[in-house]
Design a protein around this ligand. Structure first.
Ligand SMILES: [Zn+2]
Length: 131
């Protein structure tokens, strides 16, 4: 069995050099001083402003890496959106605790408004965001 995690298929198109993250493209012989395999993939896929496009990579290989990188980008965006949702909820939780902590003054009111607390907290949260 081959250790797949260490052998990214992209290394079929590039050669690792001795220095960490340095590599040489097997298609055009370009040497990159840094960036590692991600940079190699971007070099093969093309269209990245910071990375020199590979002039010699076959079109189907270019397409394959382009698709692979686009996939990854979408996954990252999704994760970021989820993280933002988590953050939003966490902030709301904190503002809920905040509301509770000031309860001394608002106790009766809070009890009366228990039913609509969720929306109240939300308004409170938005007001706090403005300062
Ligand atoms: Zn190349």
């Amino acid at each position: 069995m081959t250790p797949k995690s260490q052998a990214d298929p992209a290394w079929q198109h590039g050669r690792r050099l001795e220095k960490a993250h340095h590599w040489q493209c097997l298609h055009c012989d370009m040497i990159s001083r840094g960036g590692g395999i991600t940079r190699l993939k971007q070099h093969l896929a093309g269209g990245y402003p910071d990375v020199v496009n590979c002039a010699k990579v076959p079109a189907e290989v270019r397409k394959m890496f382009k698709a692979q990188l686009n996939n990854k980008k979408e996954q990252r965006l999704q994760t970021a959106a989820q993280q933002a949702e988590f953050d939003r909820r966490a902030t709301q939780d904190v503002s809920g605790v905040h509301y509770e902590a000031r309860g001394g003054h608002y106790d009766e009111e809070a009890k009366l408004q228990a039913g609509i607390r969720a929306s109240l907290e939300h308004a409170e949260f938005e007001r706090e965001q403005m300062y």
